[in-house]
Design a protein around this ligand. Structure first.
Ligand code: URA
Length: 239
C-alpha cells in the first residue's frame, strides 16, 4: 500500500497532514527518510517510524450505509437483524460497529467502522457534529413551532436542546403526510428528533438521516446498501 495511506490509516492525520510530516522528514522506512507518500510499503514487514517511534498499523474500515427500517443499529441482537448482519463476509474479520444509532424505524445515513477514535469524536457532545434529517411530519409547522424547534426545547429536567435549523420543504395544509422538513441538530439524545416534534404537538411519520458532519448520504445507495467511504469523504470527517 502507499505510505501516505498507511500513515493516515494509523491516525497520523489526513492525507495532507501526512504530506507535511513526510516533507518535514519525520518518517523513515527501514532506516531511510522517505518524503514521497507514493512509495509502496508493507506495514506488516517494513519498519515505519514517525519521529523515531514505530507506528502501529491497524487497518480501519469506514462504511456508509443507507440503513433500512426494521434493522437495529447494533452489532448483535436476539430478536432483530442488525446493521452489521447486512455486511457481507469480507467485513467479518473486522470488529465493525455502527458509529451512533438510528431508531429501528429510521432510515438513512449510518457510518460503520472499527475506528473507535473517529466514532468517539463524531459522537462526542463536545464536538457538536451536525446531523441533518429529512422528516415527514403529521401537520404543518407554524412560524412559532419553527422558532421553538430552532431555539431550544426542554425535553427533560436537565436537558434543553441546542440551537437547531429547520428548513421547510413542503407543506400540505389539508392532508397528512406531505409536510416535509429538514432539521439539523448537533446532539443525539434518545429519539431526539421525534421528541422535539412531539414537543410542538406534531408527530414524526418518517425519519431519514441525510448528513452527518461533512458526510452526505450517497443517494445512489438503495436501502440496505453500503459502500466504503472515499478518501475525500474520510478526510472530511477527521478532526
Ligand atoms: N432522532 C430520532 O428521534 N430518531 C433517530 O433515529 C435519530 C434521531
Amino acid at each position: 500500500m502507499r505510505l501516505d495511506k498507511c500513515l493516515a490509516d494509523c491516525g497520523l492525520g489526513t492525507r495532507s497532514e501526512v504530506k507535511s510530516l513526510l516533507k518535514a522528514k519525520r518518517i523513515t522506512v527501514n532506516g531511510k527518510v522517505v518524503n514521497n507518500g507514493k512509495v509502496q510499503v508493507n506495514p506488516e514487514t517494513d519498519e515505519i517510524l514517525f519521529d523515531g517511534e514505530k507506528i502501529q498499523y491497524e487497518e480501519f474500515v469506514y462504511i456508509m450505509m443507507n440503513k433500512p427500517a426494521g434493522v437495529i443499529s447494533a452489532t448483535e441482537d436476539n430478536c432483530h437483524k442488525t446493521v452489521v448482519d447486512l455486511l457481507n463476509d469480507e467485513y467479518r474479520t473486522y470488529d465493525i460497529f455502527p458509529a451512533g444509532r438510528l431508531d429501528i424505524d429510521t432510515e438513512g445515513l449510518l457510518l460503520l467502522t472499527n475506528d473507535g477514535i473517529l466514532s468517539h469524536n463524531l459522537l462526542s457532545p463536545k464536538k457538536h457534529v451536525d446531523k441533518k434529517y429529512y422528516v415527514k411530519i403529521a401537520k404543518p409547522l407554524s412560524e412559532n413551532d419553527v422558532k421553538t424547534l430552532e431555539n431550544g426545547i426542554k425535553l427533560e429536567e436537565n436537558f434543553v436542546t441546542k440551537k437547531a435549523k429547520v428548513e421547510v420543504i413542503s407543506e400540505n395544509l389539508h392532508e397528512n403526510g406531505d409536510n416535509q422538513v429538514y432539521i439539523t441538530i448537533s446532539e443525539g439524545k434518545f429519539h431526539q428528533v421525534k421528541r422535539m416534534f412531539k414537543a410542538v404537538n406534531n408527530e414524526v411519520l418518517y425519519l431519514k438521516r441525510v448528513k452527518m458532519g461533512n458526510l452526505s448520504l450517497d443517494e445512489n445507495l438503495k436501502l440496505g446498501e453500503y459502500r466504503e467511504l472515499t478518501e475525500e469523504e474520510l478526510d472530511g470527517l477527521k478532526f
